[in-house]
Ligand binder design. Structure first.
Ligand code: RRO
Length: 321
């Protein structure tokens, strides 16, 4: 299958070109070699690897991921199950050989020094580093992304450790002043993209059986899917405005259709990631979204998706007669 030629679905993120403005979100189906190879040979515009820690981690006890609402909703407390950054860097290096698309390594440290060490090695193996400042499932410590000074310390260290593009995976913020503070941090630290948003914290209940749907952390975890879409859009829009075009936003949250992609782009995303819907449908979702997005653009007379970044119009006040 070749990409459509009459509409341009590509994205530019920092120094990287993506043939399709849609890729996977770090999390589902991107840890093991077979999963990554399937993503690399899919229609996804880039491949993002599961967030790595210094040492391999088994993660939390099962059941730790629950898909609900016929695959439109999820809650997870995976707990950073990963193979360790050395193994993930080796995967990135292998994938880069033949993928023909950017390969992004993700790192999630417990200290600034861990971020720096991982970014230095992963940076040599990949096209960009996604710095995860926002895992919702590590208890006992505030998420780094909720602490602007700690975020700046990590990002300054990572900036010195690698000359690759740095993407920053941010938590969902609820207040515009938090966004403007973090936008300042990202601009000062030479980052290439803001990734909005990681999973908002939540709790789901199996009411019939009066029980949580996942086991770890008292059943509490990170929400994915449709519940996140409007929270993601608020964050995408706020960062798009606060960053004033200095760096692009990558939108994540509640995307399972071409309309969802298009809506995130109108809010200000330059590219979009898919998590829950990828888990529910597998990597063939990128074929469907690519052809649906091409159809949507033809119907709307849009030639380049990038022309629509941030193009959201605000409903005008009704004219007084
Ligand atoms: O592994 C996880 O529990 C996890 C991570 Br690192 C993350 O960034 N976001 C999420 O929802 N789960």
């Amino acid at each position: 299958m070749t990409r459509p030629t009459d509409v341009d679905l590509s994205a530019r993120v920092g120094r990287l070109d993506l043939g399709l403005c849609v890729m996977n979100a770090s999390g589902p189906l991107c840890t093991h070699d077979d999963e990554l190879e399937t993503l690399a040979s899919s229609r996804a515009g880039a491949v993002v690897i599961k967030s790595a820690t210094l040492e391999p981690r088994k993660g939390n006890v099962e059941p730790r991921i629950h898909l609900g609402g016929d695959g439109t909703l999820s809650i997870n407390s995976v707990g950073l199950c990963n193979l360790g950054y050395r193994a993930h860097a080796a995967q990135a290096a292998r994938l880069r050989q033949g993928a023909g698309k950017p390969i992004i390594a993700s790192v999630a440290g417990f200290t600034p020094g861990e971020y720096v060490e991982m970014a230095s090695v992963a940076g040599r193996a990949s096209d960009a580093i996604e710095v995860n400042l926002s895992c919702p499932n590590v208890s006992g410590k505030v998420q780094v992304g909720l602490d602007p000074e700690a975020s700046e310390a990590v990002l300054r260290g990572v900036r010195q450790a690698t000359d690759r593009d740095i993407w920053v995976k941010l938590p969902p913020y609820q207040d515009a002043s938090q966004v403007s503070t973090m936008a300042g941090v990202l601009r000062r630290c030479g980052v290439s993209a803001a990734v909005c948003i990681n999973s908002p914290s939540g709790l789901d209940v199996d009411v019939e059986n009066e029980v949580t749907v996942i086991h770890p952390n008292g059943g509490m975890g990170g929400l994915g899917g449709a519940d996140c879409r409007r929270i993601a859009r608020w964050n995408i829009r706020q960062f798009h405005l606060a960053l004033e075009g200095a760096l692009p936003v990558i939108g994540v949250g509640g995307v399972s259709t071409a309309e969802d992609v298009y809506g995130h782009i109108l809010c200000g995303a330059s590219a979009v990631q898919i998590g829950t819907a990828l888990l529910a449908s597998g990597p063939r979702i990128f074929d469907r979204i690519e052809s649906e997005l091409a159809g949507l653009m033809r119907r709307r007379g849009v030639v380049r998706i990038s022309d629509k970044i941030g193009a959201l119009r605000i409903r005008p006040e009704e004219e007084t007669p």
